[in-house]
Ligand binder design. Structure first.
Ligand SMILES: Cc1cc2nc3c(=O)[nH]c(=O)nc-3n(C[C@H](O)[C@H](O)[C@H](O)COP(=O)(O)OP(=O)(O)OC[C@H]3O[C@@H](n4cnc5c(N)ncnc54)[C@H](O)[C@@H]3O)c2cc1C
Ligand code: SF4
Length: 309
């Protein structure tokens, strides 16, 4: 049970890291729209919650050298209020606007979105539901219910902003007891459905950095059962920059993002077959694997036309 003693509200990054170090079992909480559902369903049982919402330094949007630096605590609904994001990175606003519902976007943060837990039809269920069919690899069982395999979990990365951010060259800033460092957003993801992020235990993602003046044109698409409120079954973002570089990024079809880099002029059929080969989608989604794979081709073909390449 969460009590006043186990719900901590640090006001600085240093304090948050200290709180984390002092607890054996904790979770950071930003908007809480992903974490609280996982706690309620028994997929998460941390004893202490460290609420990041009072750390004002993680709520800023500012130019930092050649990058636009977006604090990890910026709420999805606020991204469109920043002129710099609106003018240079409208695809990020489009992606953020496709997340959940207006109410969710009022609480959800950009950092929480790139870090939200992977999903699977057999995992995102109540505890009694999962117990009744036998627990799987992602919740301390010994078999994947979806595939019958004993080695790999293919729970899906469902972040919608992740593909848009990768298509615009995003880096992230991470802070832990070793100090602060930057990595590409792509490097955050391990590709392992059980432990999908390459983050040390206490690490905080403090900001997202987007390179300025690359003149990205981005086509964003999301496949879901209804437009009003639904997790993705396939999200694609395809971009070209002023130098003719292409980036294709997908979520919803693999435990991590599927990313292809190419140049304008390369064979589009080959690019699509590379995306299909890298996507390890299985039947653990509301829409079938076959259909989602067909939609990868359909979305990318349409995106290439819209990009005029
Ligand atoms: C009904 C419903 C519909 C949804 N639909 C979508 C959807 O369409 N698309 C989509 O992408 N998501 C969807 N979500 C999931 C979720 O709402 C979003 O991903 C949201 O952006 C998560 O952000 P948050 O700030 O609420 O994260 P939180 O729930 O606070 O945190 C998510 C995870 O990230 C960690 N974390 C958060 N911030 C940091 C940080 N700065 N550093 C280190 N760790 C951190 C937390 O410990 C937790 O593990 C939906 C959720 C619900 C309940
Ligand atoms: S893919 Fe398999 S192991 Fe992973 S969450 Fe789903 S059922 Fe569990």
């Amino acid at each position: 049970m969460i009590t006043e003693e186990t719900y901590i509200k640090p006001t600085s990054i240093a304090e948050a890291l200290e709180n984390a170090k002092s607890s054996e079992s904790f979770k950071y909480i930003a908007g809480g729209t992903d974490l609280m559902v996982n706690l309620y369903q028994g997929n998460e049982d941390s004893v202490m919650l460290i609420d990041l919402s009072q750390i004002s330094s993680m709520k800023k949007v500012e130019v930092s050298g050649d990058y636009l630096k977006i604090g990890a605590l910026v709420r999805l609904c606020d991204l469109s209020k920043h002129a710099g994001i609106k003018s240079e990175f409208p695809a990020l606003i489009e992606a953020a606007d496709s997340v959940g519902s207006p109410l969710i976007r009022k609480a959800a943060t950009i950092g929480g979105n790139i870090l939200c837990e992977n999903r699977c039809l057999y995992y995102n269920q109540s505890e009694w539901w999962r117990e009744s069919i036998g627990k799987c690899l992602k919740c301390e069982g010994d078999v994947c219910i979806a595939t019958g395999g004993k080695k790999s979990c293919y729970s899906e990365l469902v972040s919608d902003t992740c593909p848009a951010l990768i298509a615009m060259g995003a880096m992230i800033e991470i802070q832990d007891e070793q100090g602060s460092r930057q990595i590409t957003l792509e490097e955050l993801y391990s590709g392992d459905g059980v432990r999908p992020r390459n983050l040390s235990k206490h690490a905080l993602v403090t900001s997202i950095l987007l390179p300025l003046h690359k003149e990205y044109t981005v086509v964003f698409k999301k496949l879901r059962q209804r437009k009003s409120l639904e997790f993705t079954s396939l999200t694609t973002a395809a971009s070209k920059d002023r130098d003719g570089n292409l980036i294709i990024a997908l979520s919803g079809v693999d435990p991590g993002p599927v990313v292809i880099r190419a140049k304008v002029g390369e064979d589009k059929e080959i690019l699509i077959s590379q995306a299909l080969r890298k996507s390890r989608a299985i039947d653990n989604d509301m829409l079938t694997r076959t259909y989602r794979r067909q939609m990868i081709s359909a979305f990318l073909n349409t995106s290439f036309s819209e990009l005029k390449i």
